[in-house]
Design a protein. Sequence first.
Length: 461
Amino acid sequence: MLPSSSPSRHALWSAAALALVSVTGLVTPAQAVTYGTPTIKLSAAYLSGAVGSTGDPTVTVTLAQSGADASALTVAASKSTRTSVAATSDVTVTGTGSSRTVSVTAHAQGYADLTLKVTGLGGRTATTTLHYAASPGVQHSADARYLTGASDASAAVDVGGGYVVVGNDEDNTLRLYNGSASGAPVKTWDMDNALGADKEVDIEGATRVGNTIYWTGSLGNNKDGVYKPDRNTVFTTTVSGSGAATSLSFGTAGHRLRDDLVAWDEANGDRYGFAAATADGQIPKQVDGFNVEGLEFAPGSSTTAYVGFRAPLVPPQSGGRALIVPVTDMDQVVRGTKATFGTPIELDLGGLSIRDLRRNDKGQFLILAGSWAADDNSDPYALYTWDGVAGHQPVKKLDLPTADAGGWESVVSVPDLDVSGGRVQLITDDGSADLYGDGTEAKDLTHPEWQKSRSTWFTLG
């Protein structure tokens, strides 16, 4: 037995092990830890917010530092180029570990470059820049949400679980959004190749029957009065899954509905002036123009579609009626077949025209009514209910506030109109809006993260 003053057996073995490895060179004496320079990466370098908004989009920052646990790193805003828009104290960072979430509270319209600084172990730091833009706040809705990545939302279809597929009139990309949250699309589908399109179809209307979504272009000339063949398009997509798991595939397309409408009108006494309205040089958004914006199927039908016109009014003057032309074989028109038409329907919408049509499973319609004019941000908008029966006039349900920026363009779905207090989701087309106060229209912004449309809920009495 070892005497009490002697080293313990454990100590002896440790000393022997150290002696052995010092000879063999298997380990080296302990050295001070050297930390590398930390890194900070943004999920998106451009971010848009709105003054006074809740639930604005956020960005994710990914942090790392060699030799250090990412949870030991700190990140904060260290500089703002325009504190009146957003100061460093308006930047909030949440989360732990290598991934953090950055949100910004806006105080004024405009732009600000925000420097984000990560501080790692050993006193090492790194920075990156978040390019931030803030649009004006919306006074009439606390639950407004912003759908980023495009600004010209023009048609929307509910796909369940709060998710919505949105068409844009400046490109042929369909975008899936979480309609209850601000941010970028969850998925996108570029239809250019499937459609064989060189230019935008100018998507303006959409509706769903079963697992098929029908889409229509405006069918009219462009804003300069020039005929663009790609706008004379109706097409379908097939839906699989729902909610965040929604997937779309291209179906079929037809490219003659405009021509058939003109020929039909001429054969019936040129009642609506379609031939003159589609002539070279004629702009579509005038009281006697030619511009389609609504699409929905008639009650109880999966073949007869109501095509709703933004222009013309009938007669083409202030106070005229809105026009619907039933296409009785829309299921075949999207395959390139010649269209056949039912008796046209003229609706009194208080001098407004059709911006969207939407029907629920009970056959109840909501009509989003607005101006035929090209620049109509300050013009009135309203929601009308209708039973879809020709000869029955719609009833005004709600006067809508001016859209602040852009115009009300899409009805996502229709609640049960027999129940008071139902809520309807509308989406704006903000493409012509000067969102950030520098004179640039939203559709011309070079960074898609700064482009956006607004989704807002309204309660029906």
